[in-house]
Design a protein around this ligand. Structure first.
Ligand code: PGA
Length: 254
């Protein structure tokens, strides 16, 4: 990454951790954060643990994110959580468009777009996930897919709104598989994303925006990934479930 952007390391706990387990993990992470901290560090527990983790990290530099959000502000939407409910629970950020939401819960670029707008409206920072499947990569469609996810997912957003996003490139074939993209593979897509953003909203916004890499990030591979000029941090799944490995990634991601 370049020095002008503050790196971000975000832990996506997915459907893991009871409230008590989440509190312990959050406490351990807080205690182990490097001083001084030169990275923005975020944890995204499941909904049920948000309030407890918010209490646990109060006064620490750790920021709280949710893993999803609905775009309506209230009403008869059984099972859904509004942006305002997330800010009320202490969230500053929200992951939107994760490939597991796309794969198992019918998330589309259109719903991603609505969620981004609603999250921004509520003052949340969206971490917007995009990425290609293995079949798409093998068919040489990676950049076409990325462009279409950007075109449709960020539709109607102006430079000021785009400037408030964090992007995350997560190749679906690298998530939870132990098969990380090489720094060169990731850099190619990150560069493409930044270029696309520059064309749409100008170079000031594009240069200031963080693009995280996600997909089997570990303490062993984070350094090489972060050396790539357009990789500004990581969205970490499996390796964020234990304080020791997550803290190593935070330390090496600086
Ligand atoms: P992983 O998950 O680190 O377990 O591959 C990353 C993610 O899904 O954000």
């Amino acid at each position: 990454m370049t020095q002008t952007r503050t790196p971000m390391v975000a832990g996506n706990w997915k459907m893991h951790k009871t409230v008590a387990e989440a509190q312990i993990l959050a406490r351990e992470i807080c205690r182990g954060l490097p001083v001084p901290l030169t990275v923005d560090v975020v944890v995204a527990p499941p909904y049920t643990a948000l309030t407890a983790v918010a209490r646990e990290i109060q006064g620490s530099p750790l920021a709280l994110a949710a893993q999803d959000v609905f775009w309506e502000s209230q009403g008869a939407f059984t099972g859904a959580i509004s942006p305002m409910m997330l800010t009320d629970a202490g969230c500053r950020l929200v992951i939107i468009g994760h490939s597991e939401r796309r794969q198992y819960f019918g998330e589309t670029d259109d719903s991603v777009n609505k969620k981004i707008k609603a999250a921004l409206q509520a003052g949340l920072t969206p971490i917007v996930c995009i990425g290609e499947t293995l079949a798409q990569r093998e068919a040489q469609e990676t950049l076409t897919i990325i462009a279409s996810q950007l075109n449709n997912g960020l539709l109607g957003l102006g430079p000021a709104e785009v400037g408030r996003l964090v992007m995350a490139y997560e190749p679906v074939w690298a998530i939870g598989t132990g098969r990380t993209a090489t720094p060169a593979q990731a850099q190619e897509v990150h560069h493409f994303i930044r270029h696309w953003l520059r064309d749409q909203v100008g170079s000031t916004v594009a240069e200031g925006l963080r693009i995280l890499y996600g997909g089997s990030v570990t303490p062993e591979n984070i350094r090489d990934l972060m050396d790539a000029p357009d990789i500004d941090g990581a969205l970490v799944g499996g390796a964020s479930l234990q304080a020791a490995s997550f803290l190593k990634i935070v330390a090496l991601g600086a």
